[in-house]
Write a protein that binds this ligand. Structure first.
Ligand SMILES: NC(=O)c1ccc[n+]([C@@H]2O[C@H](COP(=O)([O-])OP(=O)(O)OC[C@H]3O[C@@H](n4cnc5c(N)ncnc54)[C@H](O)[C@@H]3O)[C@@H](O)[C@H]2O)c1
Length: 372
């Protein structure tokens, strides 16, 4: 007789916004049901429920947690809701996949760490840029030792979103309404994976001044370009630049990496190549190779087997693989790759940078959540 295993019931909060992006992976994974959707926007919620094929819909998150038969939630709500909603789920033993960043203050991040420690449920932060194809290849090359020792990196998130601030109003408060690095995990996340076993121990943050006003004539509290220098525990250096205000053609995420045996420069604009130099491949020191030419030999296995399905999901496959990793962690098949401490390693430097820039760029220590 065939045994029917019960699907893992997932609830998506913020389902009418970002929450929607996780569906391709949930549907492709098998054994998972988007059981409930939750959003304050009732009209959009009903549409989401139909689109995602959910059985239940809620306008109140606490109500969904209390009444629905859920084993996991995906949190796609605005930034200040990530921690309270994650803690509420973890305290009920419900697994959490939370949007980035993990939290908006050091105090609430420490509350989240405590909740993750006392819960039997999995916490994962959905840092999708770590899974993008070029970033995944670079990570694989680092893992194989082809970069030697990695000691310097740059990450940039240059996403002009002044108009989006007016549509998703929480951005005007939490992303452009605070000075410093308010949205840094897309830049820092992949880089931390390229410097395995390392973490940011102190940061200094400065800005380029204020050259833009919102439609009401108010100056954005966030300086146009904020740059955070990160001192790494092993002595290396990382530079993160975030700019959500300056006018420029779209070229959102840029990276570079330097190791003792290799260098990487991602494409800065459409049509450019992601360039790599590896001592073991390019005998001539000043000859770059197109990163794409190394895909046959170095694309990680998970990308090979699911690339086609992943391509249909958003953010260059990132929205797909993060869900797969979360489901693997929930099922105990593999450890969670961006669990609570990795999420803190990616989130806390940006929060400390906000104190640094307020004090004229002074270097400040970044706490290690493992010691909390
Ligand atoms: N990883 C990525 O690439 C990526 C991309 C976009 C957004 N994000 C993150 O996703 C989150 C949402 O961003 P967005 O652009 O979708 O914003 P959004 O405003 O478009 O969507 C958020 C949704 O949450 C709902 N919501 C707000 N408060 C709620 C509550 N208390 N209970 C239930 N629903 C509530 C809103 O009605 C809205 O539908 C943010 O944290 C953002 O940083 C990540």
């Amino acid at each position: 007789m065939k045994t029917q295993t019960k699907p893992l019931n997932i609830g998506i909060v913020g389902a009418a916004g970002r929450g929607d992006s996780f569906t391709a992976a949930c549907q492709a994974s098998g054994g998972v049901a988007i059981h409930a959707v939750c959003d304050l926007n009732e009209t959009a919620l009903t549409e989401s429920r139909t689109r995602l094929g959910a059985r239940e819909q809620y306008v109140d998150y606490a109500d969904m947690l209390a009444r629905s038969d859920l084993q996991a939630v995906i949190i796609g709500t605005p930034m200040p809701l990530h921690v309270p909603q994650a803690i509420a789920a973890l305290d009920r033993g419900v697994h959490v996949l939370s949007e980035v960043p993990a939290g908006i203050s050091l105090v609430e991040c420490s509350d989240l760490v405590a909740a993750a420690k006392r819960s039997r449920a999995v916490y994962m932060m959905a840092e999708n840029y770590t899974y993008m194809r070029p970033n995944a290849i670079v990570r694989e090359l680092v893992r194989k030792g082809l970069f030697g020792e990695t000691y310097y990196a740059e990450g940039e998130y240059l996403h002009e979103l002044k108009e989006l601030n007016e549509v998703t109003k929480w951005r005007r408060r939490w992303q452009t309404g605070i000075n410093g690095i308010t949205y840094g995990t897309h830049s820092l996340g992949p880089i931390l994976q390229w410097m395995p076993g390392d973490r940011v121990v102190s940061v200094s943050c400065v800005g380029s001044g204020h050259h833009h006003r919102d439609p009401r004539g108010a100056v954005y509290e966030n300086e146009d370009s904020c740059v955070m220098l990160c001192r790494m525990a092993k002595g290396g250096l990382v530079k993160i630049r975030v700019d959500m205000l300056s006018d420029r053609p779209h070229a959102m995420a840029n990276y570079s990496l330097q190791g003792t045996d290799g260098a990487y420069e991602s494409a800065r604009a459409k049509g450019e190549q992601n360039r790599i130099w590896l001592r073991s491949i390019n005998a001539v020191p000043d000859s770059w190779t197109d990163l794409a030419s190394l895909a046959d030999a170095h694309l990680p296995e998970y990308w090979r087997s699911a690339g086609e399905a992943a391509a249909k999901a958003g953010h260059g496959g990132g929205d797909f693989f993060e869900v797969m990793d979360f489901l693997d962690a929930v099922a105990g098949r593999r450890p969670c790759p961006i669990g609570i401490h990795e999420a803190m390693d990616m989130t806390l430097p940006g929060l400390v940078s906000q104190q640094s820039i307020a004090q004229g760029g002074v270097w400040l220590p970044v706490p290690d959540s493992r010691s909390w």
